[in-house]
Write a protein that binds this ligand. Structure first.
Ligand code: PLP
Length: 402
């Protein structure tokens, strides 16, 4: 590496002139929030993933929280969350006052599979309201199998699709796109700058259920109903001529301000227009990593792959056998950083975190713990070049003494 080589973070946004122009246009318009840019972004997003309904909100975390609030699980219900995910997946359950049961994951893919789900269902005390599969790194969890296992038990599926915008797959139910409403009741996306498209902060929930969509819209804005067709208090809502009173709205349930601003929505919509190019760039970089890393096996191996999937890759994760190499992960990360290369660990299993460990006497989850012991996310972002992938692999090889 020369001094002029730029630092490569594990992920970052690509914002170009047309994105800036789209944001400036909103800034100079009448509406910075609750204007037309949000509905435009929602329509474009629904079309992009093939969903009947898309409801924008302020973050991926807000999306998960809204999704669970919309399902309104019974008070004594539990939700099943794979242990190897970002904090928000489980926190959303807790924010609704419900309990989390952590499921293990497949140590090859970090995905929740049927065996891990079965074990979690057996451990759950109390009715299970929902399962939240996470499409780790962009690869799809086995949704047809999960759906088959839970449907006739009345368990809803909320997929955490924050990694998986643009992921397509084929399973026994046919071809699907993550978030198209065919496999999950609700699908949650994030537009944090490290994700596939950036809003700054932003999120989306998609669904095929019109009643859930309506409820999500109400919950993201305080629980307020503004559609006269849905007013319950007729006498207060309408005048003698049957016209809705101009000031009137109805507070129907307890909601939040989780709205996405028009500023963020304009950026999201502009980014979404480039989704295909973004996905293609990510897939090319992943293929290059795969090719260059192949000689470093078995000590360094890529994430196990899901057959029949065309992932919208969010992360490039390798599994490193640190003991076999005689080096620890912290040292590898520090030495990569010295060479201008960022890396990250996705994730520390949540059942090991103080917040959850203290109240969750879950058994060991060996798949998640085994994956956590080995995983390292390498730089992957749209503006990265093939030469930069080479630079990362060469640095990793050198640091690991291979
Ligand atoms: C990013 C992410 C979230 C949260 O999204 P924010 O937009 O940062 O709130 C939730 N789950 C997973 C798996 C994520 O990667």
């Amino acid at each position: 590496m020369t001094h002029s080589a730029r630092f490569l973070p594990y992920g970052r946004q690509t914002v170009e002139a047309e994105d800036v122009a789209a944001v400036v246009e909103v800034l100079e318009s009448d509406h910075l929030t609750t204007g037309p840019a949000v509905a435009r972004f929602e329509r474009a997003f629904a079309e992009a993933v093939g969903a009947p309904y898309a409801v924008a909100c302020s973050s991926g975390t807000a999306a998960l929280h809204l999704a669970l609030l919309a399902l309104d699980p019974p008070e004594d219900a539990v939700c099943i969350v794979p242990a190897l995910t970002f904090a928000a997946t489980a926190n959303a359950v807790r924010l609704c006052g419900r309990r989390v049961v952590f499921a293990d994951v497949d140590p090859e893919t970090a995905l929740l599979g049927p065996a891990q789900l079965e074990a979690a269902l057996a451990r759950a005390r109390g009715p299970v309201a929902a399962v939240l599969p996470v499409h780790y790194a962009g690869q799809p969890a086995p949704m047809a199998e999960i759906a088959e296992m839970v449907r006739d038990r009345g368990i809803r599926i909320v997929e955490d699709a924050c990694h998986a915008l643009g992921t397509r797959f084929r399973d026994r139910l046919g071809a699907a796109t993550v978030g198209d409403g065919s496999r999950a009741d609700l699908s949650c996306f994030s537009f944090h700058p490290v994700k596939t498209i950036a809003c700054g902060e932003g999120g989306m929930v998609t669904t095929a259920d019109p009643l859930l969509a309506e409820r999500l819209r109400r919950l993201r804005s305080h629980g307020i109903e503004r559609d006269p067709a849905r007013f319950a208090e007729r006498a207060a809502a309408f005048d003698a001529q049957g016209e809705p009173n101009p000031w009137y709205y109805e507070l129907r349930e307890l909601g939040l301000n989780y709205r996405l601003s028009d500023i963020h929505a304009a950026l999201g919509a502009s980014q979404l227009r480039k989704l295909d190019a973004f996905l293609a760039a990510r897939r090319r970089l992943v293929a290059t990593y795969d090719r260059l890393l192949a000689p470093l096996a078995p000590e360094i191996r890529p994430l196990g792959r899901v057959a029949g999937a065309e992932p919208g890759w969010h992360l490039y994760v390798v599994r490193i056998d640190f003991p076999a190499l005689g080096i620890d992960r912290a040292t590898v990360m520090r030495r990569l950083r010295e060479r201008g290369i960022g890396s990250q660990v996705h994730y520390i299993p949540l059942h090991l975190q103080p917040l959850y460990r203290s109240r969750n006497p879950d058994p060991r989850l060996p798949g998640a713990e085994r994956f956590y012991a080995r995983c390292l996310s390498l730089p992957l972002f749209v503006g990265m070049t093939e030469q930069e992938v080479e630079r990362v692999v060469e640095a990793l090889r050198e640091v690991c003494g291979l």
